[in-house]
Design a protein around this ligand. Structure first.
Ligand SMILES: [Zn+2]
Length: 125
């Protein structure tokens, strides 16, 4: 996971302004790709009264990559292996659920929690 902190300069028909962003994201993201995605998402889901925003500039202030401390703390949940050959797991910290298929090492997070690539309660350990 990666922590990104940056300032972006935005423009809409109402003028230009700065916004500071501090977010946790996937390792491959850069401040620029993060900002671009965010603005594209905003522009694609405009509500009444909102106007399109253009990204003028991104200035990175801080970036760090760390894989520790943000993983879910998986605990086997269902007692028996489910039909389809998977075991169910639940994160002891945030309650997200996932499945582990066969003897695979990785737990695939359930769709319902797919936004939680990293455990959101990272500061509570
Ligand atoms: Zn978790």
């Amino acid at each position: 996971m990666k922590q990104l902190r940056y300032v972006m300069l935005l423009k809409s028909e109402r003028g230009a302004w700065k916004e500071e962003i501090n977010d946790y994201t996937i390792d491959t993201a850069t401040a620029f790709s993060h900002a671009t995605d965010m603005i594209a998402q905003f522009n694609n889901s405009l509500r009444p009264g909102e106007t399109r925003r253009d990204l003028l500039l991104v200035r990175t202030k801080f970036t760090s990559v760390s894989n520790e401390g943000l993983k879910h703390l998986w605990e086997k949940w269902g007692a028996v292996t489910q039909q389809g050959g998977f075991d169910t797991y639940k994160c002891k910290i945030c309650g997200a659920t996932g499945k582990r298929f066969g003897l695979s090492d990785s737990i695939i997070i359930d769709k319902k929690y797919k936004k939680l690539i990293y455990c959101p309660n990272k500061y509570q350990r």
